[in-house]
Structures are given as structure tokens and as C-alpha cells.
Write a protein that binds this ligand. Structure first.
Ligand code: PLP
Length: 385
């Protein structure tokens, strides 16, 4: 049982074959189509395809003018790419705590405590595809003039009170890495409603150049100017071809994930000491709805082990039982590169960090496999007790 797994079929092969046969492999019409469809998914005016989720974060931070002297508040319990990109633009990451055992998203009260005159942006993550409290986030951000960047790498197709995650803040950042809900291999997307931010992201994606090779190829442009130094963060046609097929399947795949999660919750309820975050009634219901208009994308099946469990030993037992597990995430403030940045007082994150365990979850797994993982976890815990 791998942590996540790709389904490969003829439709995907045919899409790649078509892209190869087209003879145009760099950014072109398939990228444009993927962008158009992704913008529709997120109900925004602009979706800009990029080479990775990390590139999306980098360009988003640059687009809001984030740089030296600025502070960016972000949870410590997220993937390190977010903090790395804050440092890459010369700004300072300020880590915040999560809400609690049952809500692993950022704590708005804790974010409020960390705001200073230098705070420029709030870079949130919809942890595991569970939407943050975007009402609270947007209100706090408006009060203090903070830009909101949504790291929606876990949350394509998720909704907060009817609105698509990644389409609520100033910018949304998505990843198409192989283990994400919309797997391409490598790739990403920036979403925004703001024309000016979109233009800055577009320029940054391709060397700061005013026109693309594709436009010149079609005779739409003769030359180009360079308006600002940029990068090569473009997506190519082969990846876009895969992305279009995966996008067609996204919402159904998310619904299937929700059914597996419901099954997990039942199977795990019988194991003493196991806590399943985001589970309580009225948070998001087992059918994936719950709070009115809130639909999680269910990127991860995370559980909290009882305090004091030897997680490493438990994971070895699970590996021996054929079950791959992971940890989302080792808190960023504990990494060598971040340890000495600030005081790091994060009681909730520190209390749960060593108890986190991620179980296998992907659309084409079966009910039997969910039960197999759950009973393997129960057995492993018994043998360790
Ligand atoms: C995967 C991921 C990223 C980075 O995306 P890449 O496409 O791998 O660069 C950023 N943030 C979160 C929360 C992620 O899960």
C-alpha cells in the first residue's frame, strides 16, 4: 500500500502522444487551455501555469512586492517550500501556530499576535485540502493591510462556503506534483482575480519578456521588451496535456477521496487513542460537506497517535506490514536552516508534531485496502504497547 499512487490509462497516453505529434512542445495551446479551464475551476479571471508549486509561491511573493524588510506570516506546519520562497525573495518568515488537534489549519488568534508594522503578507495553507477559515483570514488581513496568498497545493477543487480555495485571497498557488490531487509529475498554477498581479506573474514566469515564443510563432508579435528581470518557470505542452485530462477527473477523484476518508473514520474509530483531525461533527462531515458550502479536497489522511507513541518504531512495523506512511509535516521551525530564526513559541504545533502520521490515500484504492491499513495500524499499536 503506497502512500499515493498514479492511475495510468490510454486516455493519458493518447493525450501525451497528441502533444508529442503536434511538434510544439514548449508553452503553447495546451497550456492556454489548461489555464482557461483552471481559471474556471477557481472562478477567477487569471490562471497562470508554471513549472512547480514552488515557482507559483516564488512568483506570487514577488508579485505583491515582497522583499527585504518585509515579514510573511505562515504556519510552521506546512511544506518547507513556502518558507524557502519567503527567504528567496529576501523577506523574513514569521511562523504561526495551528488551531488545535481537530483543526490543523493556522490559528487566526495566533496570527493576530504576530502582526507587526513590517508584516506584508499572510501565506496560509489549506492543510490536507481542508479549507482555512477564510472569513476570519480575510477580515484580519483587511484590518492590517496584509496580502493573502493561499498555498492551495492540497486544495484544488476545495471550497470555503461555496467559494473555491485559491480564488479567495489575492493569489492562489497550486502544485501538480505526482502525489497531489491533480497529478502531472511537475507543474503548478497561480490564480488571481487581479489583472496587475497576473501581469507580474506572467512576466516573472518568462524572463520578464513582453511576448512569448508562441505568440511570435503565430505572427502575433515581432519582437519583445524586457520589463523586469524574470525566470523561466514555464510549463510545457506535454505536461499541460496530462494536466487537462487530470483536471477533467479532479472533482470526481476528490469525491472518491471523501468516500475513502469516511470509511477510514469508521475503521479508525475502533482504535484506542487515535484522533482523526477535522472529524468532529459540524466541522466537515463524513460526506465531505459539513460547514455550509465547505468541501475539502481530502489530499491527506492524517491521524494523531497517542502522546508518547514511538512513531518511528510504529512506522517500521507498518512498513513490514506493507503499508507506506509519511509525516505531514516536520514543523519548519525545527529544521536546521530555520531553527535560529525567531523565538518559535508554537505550543500546539509542538504538542502534535511527533504524533502526526499520514496514511495511504488515493482515488483508486479500495474499501478493503482502507480496512487493511486501519487493521495494520491497530496491530502495530498493540505490539508496541
Ligand atoms: C507540494 C507542495 C508545495 C510545492 O509544490 P511543488 O510543485 O513540489 O514545488 C508547496 N506547498 C505545499 C503545501 C505542498 O504540498
Amino acid at each position: 500500500m503506497p502512500l499515493s499512487d498514479l492511475a495510468v490509462d490510454d486516455q493519458l497516453r493518447a493525450a501525451i502522444d497528441d502533444a508529442v505529434a503536434s511538434g510544439w512542445w514548449s508553452m503553447g495551446p495546451r497550456v492556454a487551455e489548461l489555464e482557461q479551464r483552471f481559471a474556471a475551476l477557481c472562478e477567477v479571471r487569471h490562471a497562470i501555469a508554471v513549472s512547480s508549486g514552488t515557482a507559483a509561491l516564488h512568483l506570487s511573493l514577488l508579485a505583491i512586492g515582497c522583499g527585504p524588510g518585509d515579514e510573511v506570516i505562515l504556519p510552521s506546519l506546512t511544506f518547507v517550500a513556502a518558507a524557502n520562497m519567503v527567504l528567496a525573495v529576501g523577506a523574513t518568515p514569521v511562523f504561526c501556530d495551528v488551531t488545535g488537534e481537530h483543526d490543523l489549519n493556522l490559528s487566526i488568534d495566533d496570527v493576530r499576535r504576530r502582526i507587526t508594522p513590517s508584516s506584508k503578507a499572510l501565506l496560509l495553507v489549506h492543510y490536507g485540502g481542508h479549507p482555512c477559515d477564510m472569513d476570519g483570514v480575510m477580515q484580519l488581513a483587511a484590518e492590517h493591510g496584509l496580502h493573502v496568498i493561499e498555498d492551495a497545493a492540497h486544495a484544488p477543487g476545495a471550497r470555503w462556503k461555496g467559494r473555491p480555495c485559491g480564488g479567495i485571497g489575492a493569489l492562489g498557488c497550486f502544485s501538480f506534483f505526482s502525489n497531489k490531487n491533480l497529478p502531472v509529475g511537475e507543474g503548478g498554477m497561480v490564480t488571481t482575480e487581479d489583472d496587475e498581479l497576473a501581469e507580474r506573474v506572467r512576466l516573472g514566469r518568462s524572463h520578464g519578456m513582453t511576448t512569448l515564443t508562441w505568440d511570435r510563432h503565430r505572427g502575433h508579435a515581432a519582437g519583445y521588451d524586457v520589463l523586469a528581470p524574470g525566470y523561466n518557470y514555464r510549463l510545457d505542452e506535454l505536461r499541460a496535456a496530462i494536466g487537462i485530462v487530470q483536471l477533467d477527473r479532479l472533482l470526481e477523484a476528490n469525491a472518491t477521496r471523501a468516500r475513502h476518508v469516511e470509511h477510514y473514520r469508521k475503521a479508525l474509530a475502533g482504535i484506542d487513542g487515535i484522533t482523526v483531525p477535522f472529524a468532529p461533527d459540524g466541522f466537515d462531515g463524513p460526506d465531505g460537506s459539513g460547514r455550509d458550502g465547505c468541501v475539502p479536497a481530502h489530499h491527506l489522511q492524517v491521524v494523531l497517535l497517542p502522546s508518547g507513541t514511538d512513531r518511528d518504531a510504529l512506522r517500521v512495523r507498518l512498513t513490514e506490514a506493507g503499508v507506506q506512511t509519511s509525516v505531514h509535516y516536520p514543523p519548519i521551525h525545527r529544521f536546521t536552516a530555520y531553527r535560529d530564526l525567531g523565538a518559535h513559541d508554537m505550543p500546539v504545533t509542538d504538542a502534535i508534531a511527533d504524533r502526526l502520521l499520514t496514511l495511504p490515500l488515493y482515488p483508486h484504492m479500495t474499501n478493503e485496502q482502507v480496512e487493511l491499513v486501519s487493521s495494520a495500524l491497530a496491530r502495530a499499536m498493540e505490539t508496541l504497547a
